[in-house]
Design a protein around this ligand. Structure first.
Ligand code: NAP
Length: 390
């Protein structure tokens, strides 16, 4: 913990829809946790950045350059959900932000909070952090429409140069997976696993079918661990019976379909997952569904020296301004942010207080609805109850 008094600058984007409601709630909780765990020595200075509808209404731009520059300069930001402009020039503001800042790891910690309704018998067995590659694979967006001129040229090239026939009524997509992007994502997962004393990192892939993309992702992962982490890595199948395992992390891999079974049947055997984009996308939501869904799913998009923390859910516009939305996912994203910048104790205090709040029966409407209870509190009151337990 830092010893002298100081100010911590945190840029934030309130976001659209329920964004402003949950942002105020999250800010009060984050401030309380930091104050409490640093004896009021570190105070947050919030810096409001523009993006989304608010920005468009004021500046005419959905994602101003000044916002990107500030996030890059400060190195962190926390944001609420942003509307995807319909019919605008930008496909998704979130994707644009990730691309411009090269936030190549999507990080999604998934654990259960006692009292949150779940569709599985033992949701407490889930405590997994998913690292998903954010820039390649299907996120590269390389695809061509059936019947287009490009498809005609590609089909011709595939037939004449590679001897591959693609039927005329096909759309066509490309799935690039590179050594550089795979290794930097897996490196981030390994560093996180080691720093957080996690027991394993599992590479999730479909390498049995796609050897040179998905299979290569796995091979590059093992190569990276041998080159950069050999002194702290135990390799499954090779180091069985090793005795000096203290402080080391197990590296293994699983084929994606098997992994999907195992997150349901044996989630407690897994700790950190590293996956290419599409596998990671499905896995993160499948894991979140087991512990109460998107209302409790925090996330971060992290690059080298810059990280943006945000809830997984969207703007839920029908609840905007009604003091009814569940702010848990943004609050937990705030805890991730504090952990990321070295305030682990503050982060843990938020998680504990949030769990106690729910256990004590203070839940927002979405949760009350699921457990068949008529008793619920609004967004602000829920945050106040968490603050009271920090
Ligand atoms: P959504 O906003 O996540 O909402 C779907 C439904 O889930 C909502 O109608 C809502 O109620 C429930 N919900 C989500 N978050 C909630 C919360 N915190 N508290 C209570 N209930 C919550 O998904 P969407 O309708 O597909 O997307 C709406 C907009 O958000 C779109 O413009 C989309 O592009 C954008 N979006 C942004 C992000 C982001 O900024 N990262 C992510 C996803 C979507 P019910 O269950 O009662 O229906």
């Amino acid at each position: 913990m830092p010893s002298e008094d100081r100010e911590l600058l945190v840029p934030f984007i309130p976001g659209d829809g329920i964004g402003p409601d949950i942002t105020i709630a999250a800010q009060t909780v984050i401030e309380a946790a930091l104050n409490k765990t640093t004896d009021n020595r570190v105070r947050i200075k919030w810096e409001h950045l523009m993006a989304g509808q608010e920005s468009f209404d004021i500046t005419g731009e959905w994602l101003p350059r000044a916002t990107i520059d500030r996030i890059e300069a400060v190195g962190i930001a926390i944001k609420g959900p942003l509307t995807t402009p319909v019919g605008g020039g930008i496909r998704s503001l979130n994707v644009a932000l990730r691309q411009v800042l090269d936030l190549y790891s999507s990080v999604r910690p998934v654990r259960h909070f006692r009292g949150v309704p779940s569709p599985v018998k033992n949701p407490e067995k889930m405590n997994i952090v998913i690292f998903r590659e954010n820039t390649e694979d299907v996120y590269k967006g390389l695809e061509w429409k059936r019947g287009s001129e490009e498809i005609g040229r590609l089909r011709q090239f595939l037939r004449s140069d590679l001897g591959v026939d693609i039927s005329e009524d096909s759309g066509l997509g490309l799935k690039p997976i590179s050594e550089f992007a795979s290794k930097r994502l897996i490196r981030a997962a390994m560093v996180y696993g080691i720093r957080h004393h996690r027991k394993s990192v599992t590479l999730v892939h479909k390498g049995n079918i796609m050897k040179y993309t998905e299979g290569a992702f796995r091979d590059w992962g093992y190569e990276l661990a041998r080159d950069e982490f050999s002194d702290v890595t135990i390799f499954e199948g090779k180091d069985e019976g090793a005795t000096d395992i203290d402080g080391k992390i197990l590296l293994n891999d699983r084929i994606a379909d098997n992994m999907f079974q195992q997150i349901l049947t044996r989630p407690d055997e897994y700790s950190v997952l590293a996956a290419p984009n599409l596998n990671g996308d499905y896995l993160a939501d499948a894991c979140a569904a087991q512990v109460g869904g998107l209302g409790f799913a925090p996330g971060a998009n992290i690059g080298d020296g810059v990280a943006v923390f945000e809830p997984v859910h969207g703007t839920a516009p029908k609840y905007a301004g009604k003091d009814i939305a569940n702010p848990s996912a943004l609050i937990l994203s705030g805890a991730m942010m504090l952990d990321h910048i070295g305030f682990a104790e503050a982060a843990r205090s938020i998680e504990k207080a949030l769990e106690m709040t729910i256990s004590d029966g203070f839940v927002t409407w979405d949760v009350a609805r699921q457990i068949g209870s008529s008793s619920y509190v609004g967004t602000r009151k829920y945050a106040a109850e968490i603050v009271a337990r920090i």
